[in-house]
Design a protein around this ligand. Structure first.
Ligand code: HEC
Length: 147
C-alpha cells in the first residue's frame, strides 16, 4: 500500500515534469503563487526583470519570459531547476547575485527530515518550472539604439 502511494506520487512528479502544462493547470497556478512569494520582488510581477528590488542589485535580474528565447527556443527543465536550486552551481562557480533557493524551498510544516525537505524542494521547483514555461515569449527585438 505504501508503495502504491509513493508510485502515485512519482507519477505526478514525472508527468508534471514532462508534460507542457497549460496556462491554467493547477501546477502552473501553484508555481505562480510560489513565484509571487519568492521571485517577483527581483524578477518583477510579470517576470520581465523589473521587480522592486531590481534597482538596488549589482546584476540586473534576468527577464524570465526570455529563458527559451535566449536558448534558441529550448527550455530545459533540468538546467533551469539547477539554476533555481543553486546548491550545485554555486559550488562550481562560486557566488552569484541570486539567492540559493535550494536552501529555502524545502521549508514548511510537517516532519522536517531531509527527505521531506528534498521532496518539497523538487515539487516546488517543478511548479516554478511549469509557471515559467507558461510565460515564455518569443525573442524580444533588441532595444533601438539611442541617437
Ligand atoms: C534577490 C533578487 C532575486 C530573486 C529574489 C530571484 N532572482 Fe532569479 N536572478 C536574479 C539575478 C540577479 C539573476 C541574473 C543571474 C545572476 O547573476 O544570478 C537571476 C537569474 C535567474 C534565472 C536565469 C535565467 C536564464 O535565462 O539563465 C532564473 C531561471 C531565475 N533567476 C529564476 C528565479 C526564480 C524561479 C526565483 C524565485 C524562486 C528567483 N529567480 C528569485 C535575482 C533574483
Amino acid at each position: 500500500m505504501k508503495h502504491l502511494i509513493s508510485f502515485g506520487l512519482l507519477g505526478v512528479l514525472f508527468s508534471s515534469g514532462v508534460a507542457y502544462a497549460g496556462p491554467t493547470s493547477p501546477i502552473v497556478e501553484r508555481g505562480k503563487a510560489l513565484y509571487g512569494q519568492y521571485c517577483g520582488s527581483c524578477h518583477g510581477p510579470g517576470g520581465t526583470g523589473d521587480g522592486v528590488v531590481a534597482e538596488s542589485l549589482k546584476v540586473k535580474p534576468a527577464d524570465l519570459t526570455q529563458i527559451a528565447a535566449r536558448r534558441d527556443g529550448a527550455y530545459n527543465d533540468r538546467e533551469i531547476a539547477e539554476i533555481i536550486d543553486g546548491r550545485l552551481l554555486t559550488k562550481v562557480h562560486g557566488g552569484r547575485e541570486m539567492p540559493v533557493w535550494g536552501d529555502y524551498l524545502g521549508e514548511g510544516p510537517g516532519r522536517a527530515n531531509s527527505q521531506n525537505k528534498d521532496l518539497r524542494t523538487i515539487h516546488r521547483i517543478a511548479a516554478l518550472n511549469a509557471y515559467l514555461k507558461s510565460i515564455q515569449q518569443p525573442a524580444k527585438p533588441a532595444p533601438a539604439a539611442t541617437p
